[in-house]
Write a protein that binds this ligand. Structure first.
Ligand code: APR
Length: 306
């Protein structure tokens, strides 16, 4: 059976996500955007790389949400990226309207799909998507933790001069400034990184990771990151399509776990064919737990403003 993924938004993140999915032969892709010709042109360009890259997955572009029908997964990247100096609250107001109108369409045309939100501010948009879709919470999740964790692992690997794949970490909390790295679970080949570097160095890497998105926004001057965000979204797509039950951090709806309820926030989840199959409660220090709860309250506050 051919699998199908809709990628909503044919901008930087959406296009790269679509490209990575077909290049890995994970599924056929339909790239959907409101701008006429944009998704069609980009899909055609990617399709023409198939003979060279050697993939068999099909890719098409469309301006019609009805073409999302029968999707196994919809990756949602439509919306504005953050500009320098823009707060996540300001972004929430701009992207909230888009998310609500488009998720309604996706839920109508692909009522059985799993939604992966990428549009920022991530946890707020994911909560909004869940509310709008009427889907069970296990089928609506946000891509934030995989990206924060990847940034953290990349910086740690650079500092320790080891391959990034040797670093294991889990970052919880809201995507961005209020993220919470679970430090007893941060290791280089099983050795806690706290034993491998000075506390000041580790703290400065955590600070840099928290501002990882803003650092790139500042350098680019217009637009935000798309290479690592698309890799992160595709890691989630792959875990779901392959029913691999990987433990990944994702924005998930909490119902009392970590003493937090009725809000989407980044936590470790088991990702498989049914979506979020389990929310894992891992050991955290008191300070980390406090950080996670503060992070959840920040999401709740932003959500109230939409
Ligand atoms: N329906 C479909 N597509 C839409 C809609 C809509 N209602 N509104 C906007 N779009 C499309 C735009 O036409 C554009 O092509 O969303 C795309 C967004 O692309 P970019 O501006 O290139 O933004 P990008 O860098 O891809 O980021 C998208 O992902 O990581 C997050 O913070 C980032 O929220 C931002 C999102």
């Amino acid at each position: 059976m051919k699998r199908k993924v809709s990628v909503i938004g044919a901008g930087f993140v959406g296009t790269m996500t679509a490209q990575r999915i077909v290049e890995k032969n994970l599924a056929d892709v339909v790239l959907i955007d409101i701008v006429e010709g944009l998704p069609q042109g980009k899909a055609l360009d990617i399709m023409q790389s198939a003979p060279i890259e050697g993939f068999v997955s099909r890719i098409t572009g469309s301006n019609d949400f009805a073409d999302a029908a029968h999707s196994d997964i919809a990756v949602f990247t439509a919306g504005f990226p953050r500009t320098p100096g823009m707060s996540r609250d300001e972004l929430a107001l701009k992207n909230g309207g888009i998310v609500q109108s488009v998720v309604k369409e996706i839920a109508r045309h692909a009522p059985d799909c799993i939604i992966i939100m990428v549009t920022n501010p991530l946890d707020v948009m994911t909560h909004l998507a869940w509310r709008t879709s009427g889907f069970p919470a296990r089928r609506v999740m946000g891509m934030g933790g995989v990206l924060d964790t990847a940034r953290y692992r990349a910086f740690l690997a650079e500092e320790l001069d080891v391959p990034a794949s040797d670093i294991e970490a889990i970052v919880l909390g809201s995507h961005g400034d209020t993220m919470v790295p679970a430090n007893i679970h941060t290791t280089s080949k099983g050795i806690p990184v706290s034993q491998l570097m000075e506390k000041e160095k580790l703290d400065s890497i955590i600070e840099r990771t928290k501002k990882g998105g803003a650092e790139i926004v500042g350098l680019l001057k217009s637009g935000s990151a798309w290479h690592a965000p698309s890799s992160s979204a595709v890691a989630m797509v792959e875990a779901i399509l392959n029913d691999s039950k990987r433990l990944l951090p994702a924005s998930a709806y909490l119902t009392g776990q970590y003493n937090i309820e009725d809000i989407y926030i980044g936590v470790p989840v088991k990702l498989g064919g049914a979506g979020i199959e389990e929310i894992r409660e891992i050991a955290l220090s008191d300070e980390e737990l406090k950080g996670l709860r503060q992070s959840a309250e920040a999401v709740r506050e932003t959500l109230k403003k939409i």
